[in-house]
Design a protein around this ligand. Structure first.
Ligand code: NAG
Ligand code: NAG
Length: 338
C-alpha cells in the first residue's frame, strides 16, 4: 500500500514538486548570429560586456557549446579572447559559461582541491549532486585531457570513492553506483533503518562502512524515506546521528547527503546563503556562487529561490545584487532571473 502510494506520489510529482529552471533554451536559436554577436562585442572599440551577457547568460549549456565551437571555427578561440578582454569575476564566469558540462565540472572539482586545503563542502556538493553518468564523464575528461596532473585527483581518491562509489583505481574507472530509479522499496527501507541503527546508536563507536554503503548506493528518494522512518522509529533524526557519530569530512558528507535527500532545494538554498555570507566577510566565495548558479539554473534554481526567500526573508536576487557589482552582477542576475 505504502509503495503504491509512494509511486503514485512520485509519478504525479507531488512530493518533490516540479523542478523550476531559471534558464530555458533560446528559441529560435541562431548560433551563427550569436557567435557573430560575441565577436562584435569583443572586437569592437572597448569591450561590450552587456552584449556578452546578452548571449552567454541567455543560452543553455548545450546551446553555448554550439556557439563556442561556431566561434572557435570562425574567429579563433572564444576562451582566449574572453581571457584577454575581460578581467575579475566577470572573466571567470564568462569563461565558465563557454565550457562543456564535463569540462566545467572537472575544473570546479580541481578548484575545490587545488587551494590551501580542500573545500570539502564544495567537493561534497559537486559529487553528490551529479548523476552516475556525469561522474563518469568527469572521470574520462580527467583521464583524456590530462589538463592537470592526475595526481591531484588521486590524492583525494579515497574521499571521492567513498562519496560517489566511483572506482578511480582501475584504468577507465567505474561510474558511480547510486541507484537512480525513483521507486522506493519499503522493505529495503526498513532493513536500512535497522541496519543504520544497529551500526550506529546501538553500539559503541559506529560502523562507517554500513553508513557509507547505504548513503552512497541508495537513491535519494529512498534515503528520504529512510530518514523519515528512522526518526519515526527511534525518535532521533538521521542527520543528528551522523553528525554525532562521525567527525570530519565523512561526517559532513553523510550529513549533506541526508539533507540533500530530504530537500535538495533547501540544501542548495543554504549553500547559496553560505556563499553570500563568506562573500561579504572574506570575498572568497565568488567561485561557489558562480558554480551554484551555473549548475542549478537549468534545473531547480526557481525552487531554490522560493525556499531562499522563505528561509532568509529576502530574495536571492536581492542578496546577490547586494554582494556583487558591475557586469559580474548583471551576468549572475540574468542567470538567476527576477
Ligand atoms: C576498483 O577497481 C580495481 C581494479 O579494477 C579493483 O581491484 C578494486 O577492487 C575496485 N575497488 C572497489 C572499491 O570497487
Ligand atoms: C525489496 O527489498 C527486499 C529486501 O532487500 C528484497 O528482498 C525484495 O526482493 C525487494 N523487492 C523488489 C520488488 O525489488
Amino acid at each position: 500500500m505504502r509503495i503504491l502510494l509512494i509511486s503514485f506520489i512520485l509519478s504525479s510529482g507531488i512530493v518533490f514538486g516540479q523542478d523550476i529552471p531559471t534558464l530555458v533554451p533560446a528559441d529560435p536559436f541562431d548560433p551563427n548570429g550569436d557567435a557573430l554577436r560575441l565577436f562584435d562585442a569583443i572586437e569592437g572599440f572597448g569591450t561590450d560586456e552587456d552584449k556578452i551577457v546578452s548571449v552567454l547568460c541567455y543560452r543553455t549549456a548545450s546551446q553555448r557549446e554550439v556557439i563556442t565551437s561556431t566561434y572557435n571555427s570562425q574567429h579563433g578561440s572564444l576562451e582566449n579572447d574572453l581571457k584577454f578582454e575581460l578581467g575579475g569575476s566577470f572573466q571567470t564566469l564568462s569563461i565558465m559559461l563557454t565550457h562543456s558540462m564535463a569540462k566545467f565540472l572537472s575544473i570546479e572539482l580541481h578548484e575545490t582541491m587545488s587551494g590551501l586545503g580542500t573545500d570539502e563542502r564544495a567537493l561534497t556538493e559537486i559529487v553528490m549532486s551529479r548523476t552516475n553518468q556525469e561522474l563518469a564523464d568527469v572521470r574520462s575528461f580527467y583521464v583524456n585531457c590530462e589538463l592537470w596532473a592526475f595526481a591531484s585527483l588521486r590524492h583525494r581518491e579515497e574521499h571521492m570513492l567513498r562519496l560517489s562509489k566511483a572506482n578511480y583505481s582501475n584504468g577507465r574507472g567505474t561510474t558511480g553506483m547510486r541507484d537512480e530509479s525513483n521507486l522506493v522499496n519499503m522493505t529495503l527501507v526498513q532493513e536500512d533503518v535497522v541496519a543504520l541503527y544497529e551500526a550506529g546508536p546501538a553500539i559503541f563507536g559506529a560502523d562507517e562502512n554500513v553508513y557509507v554503503n547505504i548513503f552512497s548506493l541508495r537513491s535519494y528518494v529512498h534515503l528520504n524515506e529512510v530518514g523519515i522512518l528512522f526518526e519515526l522509529t527511534y525518535g532521533m533524526s538521521l542527520a543528528t546521528v551522523v553528525t554525532t557519530e562521525f567527525n570530519g569530512d565523512i561526517g559532513y558528507a553523510l550529513y549533506s547527503i541526508s539533507e540533500y535527500s530530504r530537500d535538495k532545494a533547501m540544501y542548495f538554498s543554504r549553500r547559496f546563503h553560505e556563499a553570500l555570507l563568506y562573500e561579504t566577510v572574506a570575498g572568497t566565495s565568488d567561485r561557489n556562487m558562480m558554480r551554484l548558479t551555473v549548475s542549478r539554473c537549468e534545473t531547480d534554481l526557481g525552487n531554490i529561490k522560493n525556499i531562499y526567500r522563505s528561509m532568509y526573508g529576502v530574495t536571492l536576487h536581492y542578496s546577490v545584487s547586494e554582494a556583487t557589482s558591475g557586469s559580474y552582477r548583471t551576468a549572475l542576475l540574468a542567470l538567476i532571473g527576477t
